[in-house]
Ligand binder design. Structure first.
Ligand SMILES: Cc1cc2nc3c(=O)[nH]c(=O)nc-3n(C[C@H](O)[C@H](O)[C@H](O)COP(=O)(O)OP(=O)(O)OC[C@H]3O[C@@H](n4cnc5c(N)ncnc54)[C@H](O)[C@@H]3O)c2cc1C
Length: 349
């Protein structure tokens, strides 16, 4: 029952706040409000929460750490935040183990948990903000690794069937910054993720300066030293959302057909490209944005980071609408010059 004086109700397993501010719940730190915000601390409470008449009859948004979302408006309904916590080994095979992690755990805390217990695999994915429950949504990736390489099962509340379901890796249809969940945002609420992590495995050090960083650190490669090298690289290259609002890379690297890439490379030999899916190439969006002279540009308090051209930032008091207007300007200028359409990586609300 919501108190009329405070607008808050605390139930076993969840808390409801009316007319809640979301400014502290998105890493862009743009202002936005939700008619109702519900923090769910126990998965068993989900059925009850989703059956509340207001929740059933109004738009629903699921929020994790708010590090991949841009609010351009208030949310005219319910925001459900997964606040469940637990990390557990459910099967130990010796050389590897099956782990279950609740959706509300911090991704970076889980990476450190896995490294401190001798597991290998997640070291390149250190320091990515956000929750474990959101990690499968865009199949988070960095420094040559993607989370889908380690996911066995995603447990989710299926809002169509009104029950918990278990999706195996193939059913999640993981791709570059993409998954089934991105295409069915109104269907699945991820409650837990199960990972298979080895205790020994190949390290990925051939990507974006890791080997050079290890050499500078004077360290032999191990899961822990690779994580440290990646953390140092990320800290140098990416603006820290604790200091300046941002959501990491704002645009995906566009994937274009091989012949289009070849033509662009003839015209712009310095444009970095990488192999993508069969016959296609991934192009550096940051390079294209910088070539348009947009790195460090500002429209009021909305800006393109001067540290990394792929990151849009909030210098202080930008609204989500202003950040989105700047994003569209970047898209237009890149399209006019290169004929390539940049797609945003965060969810735009
Ligand atoms: C500084 C910085 C660096 C970053 N670096 C990287 C990087 O290297 N690689 C990378 O891939 N990403 C990166 N990101 C983006 C972001 O950290 C990830 O996408 C992360 O997984 C988002 O988690 P979140 O909990 O904050 O999700 P949110 O922003 O809260 O939500 C993102 C989307 O997932 C949905 N969602 C969230 N939780 C659930 C759930 N439990 N069930 C169903 N849907 C859910 C939301 O509805 C929304 O659509 C970076 C962001 C920042 C700020």
């Amino acid at each position: 029952m919501i108190s009329h004086t405070t607008g808050v109700a605390s139930e076993p397993g969840y808390t409801i706040v009316e007319n809640a501010s979301l400014a502290g719940r998105n890493t862009f730190r743009v202002p936005a409000r939700a008619e109702i915000l519900i923090d769910v601390r126990r998965t068993e409470a989900l059925a009850e929460v989703l059956a509340i008449p207001y929740v059933r009859n109004n738009p629903l948004l699921i929020l994790g750490g708010g590090s991949n979302i841009l609010f351009t408006r208030d949310w005219p309904g319910t925001v459900v935040c997964t606040a469940t916590h637990d990390i557990r080994i459910i099967d130990d095979y010796g050389q590897a183990a099956l782990l279950r992690v609740e959706a509300g755990e911090s991704w970076n805390d889980f990476v450190h948990w896995s490294l401190s217990r001798g597991f290998v695999g997640l070291e390149n994915l250190v320091l990515i903000p956000g929750s474990v429950g959101a990690a499968p949504i865009q199949n988070i990736g960095a420094y040559g690794r993607e989370v889908s390489q380690f996911i066995v099962t995603v447990e989710a509340w299926d809002r169509h069937a009104a029950r918990l379901v278990r999706l195996d890796n193939a059913s999640c249809r993981f791709a570059y910054r993409d998954s089934l969940f991105k295409h069915e945002p109104d269907r699945y609420l991820i409650t837990a993720v199960e990972f298979l992590l080895p205790r020994e495995g190949e390290l990925r050090t051939d990507y974006a300066g890791i080997a050079e960083e290890l050499a500078a650190m004077n360290c032999a490669p191990s899961a822990a030293t690779v994580a440290e090298a990646v953390a140092r690289l990320r800290t140098r290259k990416l603006p820290n959302p604790a200091l300046i609002g941002n959501a990491g890379s704002f645009f995906k690297n566009p994937i274009v057909a091989g012949n289009v890439a070849a033509e662009l490379q003839r015209e712009y030999p310095a444009l970095p490209t990488w192999n993508a899916t069969e016959g296609a190439r991934k192009m550096s969006a940051a390079w294209m944005i910088e070539a348009c002279g947009l790195k460090g540009t500002r429209d009021g308090d909305a800006g393109v980071s001067d540290q990394h051209a792929l990151v849009l930032v909030n210098h202080g008091h930008a609204t989500g609408e202003q950040v989105w207007a700047l994003a569209q300007r970047v898209q237009n200028e890149v399209y006019e010059r290169f004929g390539v359409k940049l797609e945003p990586e965060p969810i735009i609300v």
